[in-house]
Design a binder for this molecule. Structure first.
Ligand code: CP
Length: 309
């Protein structure tokens, strides 16, 4: 069984196949009837053990645009609150003849654990502080759409690197596609040894990094994953590392601005940057549907026949 548990381990040609497939689905999504019947005999369950707006809606739309039957599960309101285990929950759902699982969980490795116990494809929709592979794919797809290719592009990943599954998946994806990556943020929010472990540059100077990069992917401070705050206050964080118009104007160049959402407006990113013509934040969200259609379609094993009718 094929799964998408993370970007780590994917080869450049795997990612390019996903992008080429997503290109075709993006074209479908521009049509008056935005649907294809590629997965009309497939039932997919979206298992969300952690909150989500974009990823959850994007997967559901992707599944419906592919003609799949969709079942949504949230841990809140389910029998998980009565103590039912993850494996029991999933096996009970699968016994109702479900063909694929999309899963978000607050525990790093939860989808990997599940993949050893079930025999249908699993797509990781974000596991703890580990990976968020479809986010990285849609981010790289959006850079490719804006700048033509990833090879040789300079991408800064800014802010709370320590708690970010988006950062880790982006690093794997961008490096595999030939981009140069710098992570920038306070020393307390950047894990040690990132240069040697992951082959990225590390900077603690946001201005210097913005002056260097073509693209800045600005991350949310994940207070919910910090037992003790790793900086003094949100206001001080914003003053030291917030991306704002004044800072960008001082560089006398433009930078493509990205954010995976949800944005803490006025903390890591100001509204006049998030909503500017240089921001591709809503393009990222739009592209997420086509990219997830491609992932689901390719994992379904239904590659024979025409992709798009
Ligand atoms: N980007 C992202 O994962 O957003 P959600 O948490 O709203 O799904």
């Amino acid at each position: 069984v094929n799964h998408l548990l993370g970007i780590r381990g994917l080869q450049r040609q795997d990612i390019e196949l996903i992008f080429q497939t997503a290109d075709q689905f993006k074209e479908v999504l521009q049509r008056p009837i935005k649907k294809v019947p590629s997965l009309r005999d497939t039932t997919i369950v979206n298992l969300f053990f952690e909150n989500s707006t974009r990823t959850r809606i994007s997967f559901e739309l992707a599944e419906k645009r592919l003609g799949a039957d969709v079942v949504n599960f949230s841990a809140s309101g389910s029998s998980v609150s009565k103590g039912e285990t993850l494996i029991d929950t999933v096996n009970n759902i699968l016994s109702m003849k479900v063909d694929m699982v999309v899963m978000r969980h607050s525990a790093s490795g939860a989808p990997h654990f599940l993949s050893r116990h079930i025999d249908v494809p699993i797509v990781n929709a974000g596991d703890g502080i580990n990976e968020h592979p479809t986010q990285a794919l849609l981010d790289a797809f959006s850079i490719r759409e804006k700048l033509g290719s990833l090879a040789g592009k300079k991408v800064a990943i800014c802010g709370d690197i320590m708690h970010s599954r988006v950062a880790l998946s982006n690093i794997y994806c961008l490096k595999e596609l030939g981009a140069e990556v710098t992570v920038v943020g306070p020393p307390t929010l950047i894990p040690k040894h990132m240069e040697t472990a992951l082959g990225v540059n590390v900077s603690y100077d946001i201005r210097e990094t913005l002056a260097w990069c073509d693209v800045a992917n600005v991350l949310r401070i994940q207070l919910e994953r910090q037992n003790t705050p790793l900086f003094s206050s949100l206001r001080e964080y914003s003053l030291a590392y917030g991306v704002n118009r004044k800072l960008l104007d001082s560089l006398q160049k433009e930078v493509v601005i990205m954010h995976p959402g949800p944005i803490n407006r006025g903390v890591e990113l100001d509204s006049d940057v998030a909503d500017s013509g240089h921001s591709i934040i809503l393009n990222q969200v739009e592209n997420g549907v086509a990219v997830r259609m491609a992932v689901l379609y390719l994992l379904s094993g239904k590659k024979s026949g025409k992709l798009v009718e």
